[in-house]
Design a protein around this ligand. Structure first.
Ligand code: HEM
Length: 452
């Protein structure tokens, strides 16, 4: 397929049948998947009554929007508007966002992440031991909570310089999850409703943002009062960072930068690691191969940084989990100037629903898309650069990709070198749509110690 941007022959996008918002707000994912099937890679318009975003799923179209013509497609509206109430400016236009982005890129670069690896390994080992204690004697543990504790402790230790005391971690987790659930879905599907008009869940949202503020602002104030010792955690780096005009970030912008990184780094990783237990339960061959690799490379441990590059099948399993459960399920954009993609007219101000979740389910791009098959990511398989969209694409793609592919294999290697997790609830873990995809129901696992 080629992207034809000729303006003369442009036509309107095909409109899909009307979907009623109340039903969609209750359970959007099934309807959304059906829309993806109806679109089949074509640019279509979704009819949500007053809100009619364009759905873009084909890799060629994604490349055009996210990379080749990126300046014309802004991170505004739909998801970004409600997210902005939690993490501040995300519009990629503001000076403060540009400072933030540079800090994220430097902090999460490959050399910087490698320097954090030893601390990551120690923290993960401690957190996995704690989880093992909770699961002692075959007691089932909540997988989402378990993964949250491991990921939060890791992120707080290595990216936040351990500035959040252990006893506040659960409170922060609860506040973050409530903020990105409560009214988030309704606000995303009805971006035309002004914040002044309350929607169900709004009060809970505001309370949870206040709880986040109460935990993050003291960290900012404390760091401000301390002497800058050149530390390489996100708080110190945001404090030191300067814009092109020499300007620095005020307390609110530093708070936003910390919160934004925390949201990006935690929720996504926790969700995909939870979904994974369902896939491993349903695909015993994949599970055996994964165990075999970890036994061969790590054995009884301890896990070391140089194991990560040898865990090639583990990485493929994670990539496939990210394909099938694209936790960052939507990354919408707003059209700046009128444009035409593949003969379809896009008016300035229109919303473009870019959805990795749907792209990963296009049968022409990913044959048998519902099958969990890590071999798709074998080194000798090629694909369109914009076919695997879990981390986005173009200049805005996830700044934490390298970090994720060190952190997540370390977590799996540590856990699986000590335990054999067994799912105690249904293997078909149904996703729930909020800012990210999360399991809809409780996922319980037991951890049987590995006997060597
Ligand atoms: C399951 C793992 C993850 C997924 C699926 C994921 C997905 C994404 C996606 C899709 C975007 C781009 C949004 C857009 O197109 O505008 C993004 C941005 C970002 N992610 Fe991730 N992410 C993951 C893990 C992480 C981790 C572990 C970190 C940090 C340690 C991180 C930090 C960031 C940051 C800072 C951005 C903003 C980049 C920018 O706009 O310049 N992410 N992520």
């Amino acid at each position: 397929m080629t992207v034809d941007v000729g303006i003369r022959s442009a036509r309107k996008a095909r409109m899909l049948p009307l979907r009623h918002l109340p039903g969609l707000v209750r359970d959007p994912l099934e309807a959304f998947e059906e829309m993806g099937r109806e679109a089949d890679g074509e640019i279509v318009r979704v009819n949500l009554g007053p809100f009619r975003p364009h759905l873009i799923t084909h890799p060629e179209h994604l490349q055009y929007v996210l990379r080749d013509n990126v300046d014309n497609y802004r991170r505004e509206g739909m998801m970004w508007k409600p997210l902005g109430r939690l993490v501040g400016d995300t519009s990629d236009l503001g000076a403060s966002w540009n400072i933030r982005r540079r800090v994220y890129q430097e902090l999460l670069s490959a050399p910087s992440t490698a320097l954090m690896a030893d601390e990551m390994i120690t923290t993960i080992a401690e957190a996995v031991d704690d989880l093992g204690e909770h699961a002692a004697g075959g007691r089932p543990v909540d997988a989402y909570e378990g993964m949250t504790r491991i990921v939060y402790r890791t992120i707080i230790r290595v990216l936040l310089g351990d500035r959040i005391p252990l006893e506040n971690i659960d409170g922060l987790g609860r506040a973050m999850v409530t903020a990105t659930t409560s009214s988030f879905r309704a606000r995303m599907l009805m971006p035309f409703v002004p914040f002044a008009v309350p929607l169900p869940g709004d009060r809970t949202f505001v309370r949870s943002v206040k709880a986040v503020d109460d935990l993050i602002f003291p960290i900012v104030h404390e760091a401000r009062a301390q002497e800058d010792k050149g530390a390489r955690d996100v708080v110190s780096m945001l404090m030191r960072a300067r814009g092109e005009d020499g300007g620095s970030l005020d307390d609110q912008a530093v708070r936003d930068g910390i919160t934004g990184l925390f949201v990006a780094a935690t929720d996504t990783t926790v969700s995909v690691l939870t979904f994974l237990w369902g896939a491993l339960d349903a695909y015993p061959d994949v599970r055996s191969r994964l165990y075999e690799e970890i036994d061969r490379v790590v054995g009884a441990g301890p896990v070391a940084f140089d194991h990560v590059q040898k865990l090639t099948y583990t990485k493929m399993v994670l990539q496939e989990a990210l394909r099938l459960y694209s936790v960052a399920w939507i990354t919408p954009r707003v059209v700046r100037d009128d444009d035409v993609i593949d003969g379809v007219r896009l008016k300035a101000g229109s919303t473009i629903a870019v959805s990795p979740f749907l792209t990963h389910r296009l049968p022409d791009v990913w044959p048998e898309p519902h099958v969990f098959a890590p071999e798709r990511f074998a080194a000798d398989r090629s694909r369109h650069r914009f076919a695997f969209m879990a981390f986005g694409g173009g200049p805005h793609q996830c700044a934490g990709r390298v970090f994720f592919f060190i952190e997540a294999p370390l977590i799996l290697a540590t856990l699986l070198s000590k335990f054999r997790p067994a799912l105690q609830t249904s293997p078909s873990i149904k996703p729930r749509v909020d800012l990210t995809l999360k399991p809809r129901d409780r996922v319980a696992i037991t951890l049987e110690p590995v006997v060597r």
